[in-house]
Design a protein around this ligand. Structure first.
Ligand code: ZN
Length: 279
């Protein structure tokens, strides 16, 4: 007797996923190059026209964690927002050019696409960062919109306790070395900046916050990537961490340093974004 065995072929671990990052505070005019809101709106139209499906960061990380390389091998892309100022959530009239600036959340709702917003947990830190900004655009970082948001297109995630921001005092860094995230290179500071922030955000968002972290300033250090995140799951609940390395996320990257492209830095027009997405 002769039995033929059919074995399902496992797809190779091979994928290329672009992930984009926008900052709502980047409003220096109304043109694309001066305004991340204008850019986001035009970019979504471009992304759709190129045949990409926009997925949430959670969707991408979950596919990676269950090793679903087939899902990641489709033309998928994700959008993220950093720092979460109020003008990410609320449209406003900018008095410098007397024009309405549509909020990021209104733009994604109009296009019906998902995005992820990275939040700074500490109220005191957000207040100090806001006090340091110019009056225009409205420079507020309240938690009002994310405490009670029912926006199903928007995921919330962790952008540290206080960003180790140069305008915050004191910061959760043992020697008060601030203005960069490379200084978060030890267990106590990592717990304060990442674990405490996540626990606070879980309570503040009624468990809506996702276990995703993005490095302030895009600064990735070896301690956080290879030790704290990779080796010490007993110290945190994160599933992935994002940098701003300006590359596609591929099988060669650590899940603890997933690269993103930053609007205004890695591309400054729809033509430049199209070049990145079709390379
Ligand atoms: Zn930031």
């Amino acid at each position: 007797m002769f039995t033929k065995l059919f074995r399902k072929k496992t797809p190779p671990k091979q994928f290329r996923v672009p992930i984009l990052c926008y900052h709502a505070m980047n409003v220096h005019g109304t043109d694309y190059e001066q305004n991340d809101h204008t850019a986001l709106d035009r970019d979504i139209t471009l992304i759709k026209s190129l045949g990409f499906t926009i997925k949430s960061l959670s969707w991408i990380v979950d596919a990676y964690r269950r090793e679903d390389w087939t899902a990641l091998n489709h033309p998928v892309i994700a959008i993220s927002f950093d720092d979460a100022p109020d003008i990410e959530a609320y449209s406003y009239c900018d008095l410098r050019f007397n024009e309405m600036v549509e909020s990021f959340h209104s733009i994604i709702a109009r296009h019906h696409v998902p995005a992820t917003s990275f939040l700074i947990a500490s109220e005191a830190a957000r207040t100090q960062i806001a006090q340091h900004g110019a009056p225009e655009p409205p420079n507020l970082y309240s938690s009002d919109w994310w405490n009670n948001t029912k926006d199903t297109l928007l995921d919330l995630a962790n952008h540290s306790w206080d960003h180790n921001h140069e305008h915050v005092s004191p910061v959760a860094q043992k020697e008060q070395t601030k203005g960069n995230f490379f200084a978060i290179d030890n267990e106590a500071d990592a717990i304060a900046q990442i674990t405490t922030a996540h626990n606070h955000l879980k309570a503040a968002t009624k468990d809506r916050v996702k276990p995703l972290f993005c490095y302030p300033y895009g600064h990735v250090n070896e301690y956080l990537r290879d030790n704290f995140f990779a080796m010490r799951p007993d110290l945190h609940e994160m599933h992935a961490a994002f940098s701003t390395a300006g590359e596609h996320f591929t099988e060669n990257h650590s899940i603890w340093a997933i690269p993103r492209y930053v609007c205004g830095h890695h591309w400054r027009s729809t033509a430049e974004l199209e070049e990145i997405l079709t390379q």
